[in-house]
Design a protein around this ligand. Structure first.
Ligand code: FE
Ligand code: FE
Ligand code: ZN
Length: 279
């Protein structure tokens, strides 16, 4: 059974997101914990969370994915920015305890000229400062396209972060199809080999979520410009192979394509139709 959803605006609260998800025939969704370009978060509304949990139960919505703001950089050369990243992630994780059993995804960070090695050690230190044994959320490292000095363009870099995190049982990986394509992993012609490589380096057991996006750019471009499903260089056939691949098909898929709700509804319907078993 395909579990698919899209990125939704969290500005009207959790119940509103649940209702938006049902509108587009999604069974899951992703949302920003706060303004993606800022750091302020609204106070949690316990009534909204309770109403959402009821609604989600009634409508089969599971595995919601929180996304940290983009501006955090746990690999920054600036101590204060690293501390800020840790504080915001810790606050997000304490909020996520109200929605236990879900995942929280973040961009590992950019080393901004310090080198990958130094960046990785900064990220691991931030994670070691916030991961507590009683956490009920899995923290996901997102695979990145490698634009600028982004860390996470190679599976090996994510492996190194995981190796340095003490509570790594609280950690997983979110694979973004646009990002890995832009990073140079040929998921169109060599999906099996890419997944074998992921398994050898990180372990498929760590893979908890897929960001399903087409790419406006060719393989290895390091650009990170998402395209609508089937409208980019990855293409619909490859997308269908990804959502039906035995190693991936039971994972939750989240669309982050340039769409409003109507567009997401169309993509979800298209993808569901493409994997319907032949009668
Ligand atoms: Fe992301
Ligand atoms: Fe993504
Ligand atoms: Zn992206």
């Amino acid at each position: 059974m395909l579990t698919i959803g899209c990125h939704l605006s969290s500005s009207k609260g959790y119940l509103a997101m649940g209702k938006d998800a049902v509108k587009v025939d999604a069974d899951t969704f992703q949302f920003f914990t706060r303004n993606p370009r800022g750091t302020k978060a609204k106070a949690l509304n316990p009534d909204d969370i309770a109403a959402f949990l009821d609604y989600a139960g009634d409508h089969g919505i599971t595995k919601i994915l929180a996304h940290a703001p983009y501006i955090l950089n746990a690999a920054s050369a600036d101590t204060h920015l690293r501390e800020l990243a840790g504080e915001i992630m810790a606050d997000d994780l304490s909020r996520m305890e109200h929605l236990p059993g879900n995942c929280y995804n973040f961009h590992p960070g950019s080393h901004v000229g310090q080198g990958t090695e130094t960046g990785i050690s900064h990220i691991a230190r931030v994670l070691n400062g916030i991961l507590k044994s009683r956490l009920h959320t899995t923290v996901l490292l997102e695979t990145m396209s490698g634009k600028g000095s982004e860390i996470g363009r190679e599976f090996e870099e994510l492996r190194e972060i995981l190796d340095r995190v003490e509570q790594s049982d609280h950690m997983g990986v979110c694979l973004d199809t646009c990002h890995v394509w832009d990073a140079g992993y040929d998921i169109v012609n060599r999906l099996d080999q890419v997944l074998d490589h992921f398994d050898a380096v990180i372990g498929l057991g760590r893979l908890k979520a897929i960001h399903l996006n087409d790419s406006q750019n060719p393989l290895g471009s390091h650009k990170d410009r998402h395209a609508k499903i089937g409208k980019g260089h990855i293409g619909l056939d490859a997308m269908v192979r990804i959502i039906s691949h035995p190693a991936l098909k039971d994972l939750p898929f989240y669309l982050e394509t340039p769409n409003e709700l109507d567009g997401y509804a169309g993509e979800i319907a298209l993808l569901r139709a493409c994997i319907k078993p032949e009668a």
